[in-house]
Design a protein around this ligand. Structure first.
Ligand SMILES: NC(=O)c1ccc[n+]([C@@H]2O[C@H](COP(=O)([O-])OP(=O)(O)OC[C@H]3O[C@@H](n4cnc5c(N)ncnc54)[C@H](O)[C@@H]3O)[C@@H](O)[C@H]2O)c1
Length: 323
């Protein structure tokens, strides 16, 4: 049962690489209970007052959760999202215009200002126009979260040229263009932070997420080069690399079916449980709010002198890495 060709073993290994990740709940990690959140907020309140944060893929998931955390800390927010549910050849639905509008309303409900922009990170002009509007409205730009991404699970052989291009143009090209559009404004503010959302799949090979995972290896490399290129401008560039996260990106039939091919109707929780079996601390995923707290780390004082870092939000995956 444990030979290299055994599909269960292969899936377990692949899943472990995606998501040797956490969410044992508040009792273990202490960060998600209502009381813990309110005390966190009390501690960090106004830490980002007067700052402006630009978030790609901000209509939902990790982007929105990060926007919420930054807004709670007092930042004004710009949400940028493609807001186009059906994007060929992606096999799950992306956000809608209604999602983007609801995200903006949620942020405004936190007492900060928020603008939303429907645009595509594959298009540099969209990003430049959105950032110009942000600076016109708020006078500055301080924090950029390069987060908009698309995924694909399946054998390398089955990745069409169109899918290959979409994955690379979004996940790699989009992050590069976000950086290019942001840097002049961050320089104008005397420096700032760029945080790139990568993945635990940027740390290891993976035969289910081979092409997608390779885009995230590219993200880490690009972020380190950006850290070198812009360090003297006081623009700090760091990476957050999560394991499996409960968002529509992972919680969809195409991905879950690849991760548990022997199950007739796999659920996100079933996949998480499968991952938890091989996780060193017995957990199988993280929630977007947990990733957002690591994003926040790279916006604050604690990381004033850190650049080119990759922070694994893998809750144990790093323990199996070679270095
Ligand atoms: N969910 C996971 O398990 C997981 C794990 C590790 C890393 N990640 C990474 O985290 C990031 C955010 O993922 P998520 O889980 O929140 O996914 P998500 O699908 O919930 O959110 C992604 C957002 O990006 C937007 N988007 C997609 N393509 C875009 C484009 N071309 N231009 C502008 N916006 C676009 C979507 O509309 C959506 O709102 C991605 O880069 C993903 O690769 C996710």
């Amino acid at each position: 049962m444990s030979g290299p060709d055994n599909p269960d073993r292969r899936n377990l290994l692949a899943a472990a690489a995606v998501g040797v990740a956490a969410a044992a709940g508040p009792a273990v990690f202490g960060g998600t209970s209502a009381s813990a959140q309110s005390s966190d907020n009390a501690g960090s309140k106004h830490e980002l007052s007067g700052k402006v944060a630009f978030i790609t893929g901000g209509a939902r998931g990790i982007g929105l959760a990060s926007a919420v955390e930054m807004a709670k800390a007092g930042a004004n927010i710009v949400l940028f999202d493609i807001a186009t549910p059906n994007l060929v050849p992606i096999s799950y639905r992306l956000s809608s215009e209604a999602d983007l509008a609801a995200a903006q309303a949620q942020i405004e409900g936190l007492g900060v200002q928020c603008i939303s922009y429907k645009g595509d990170v594959r298009n540099l002009a969209d990003l430049q126009s959105a950032m110009r509007q942000a600076v016109d409205r708020f006078g500055r730009l301080d924090i950029v979260l390069a987060n908009a991404g698309v995924g694909h699970a399946g054998a390398i052989d089955g990745v069409s040229a169109e899918l290959f291009s979409t994955l690379y143009e979004t996940n790699v090209g989009g992050y590069m263009k976000t950086t290019q559009a942001a840097v002049p404004h961050l320089r104008g503010a005397g420096g700032g932070r760029i945080i790139y959302v990568s993945s635990g799949l940027s740390r290891t090979g993976n035969d289910i997420f081979g092409v997608y995972g390779s885009t995230k290896w590219a993200v880490n490399g690009f972020a380190k080069s950006a850290a070198l290129a812009y360090g003297r401008d006081n623009i700090l560039c760091n990476v957050v690399a999560p394991g499996l996260v409960r968002t529509p990106f992972a919680d969809n039939a195409a991905v879950l079916g690849q991760m548990m091919p022997n199950a007739s109707n796999p659920t996100f929780d079933a996949v998480s449980e499968m991952i938890a079996q091989s996780n060193p601390i017995g957990v199988g995923h993280v929630e977007p709010e947990e990733v957002a707290k690591s994003v926040m780390y790279f916006t604050g004082e604690a990381t004033d002198k850190m650049t080119g870092e990759v922070l694994d939000v893998g809750y144990g995956a790093a323990a199996t890495s070679v270095a």
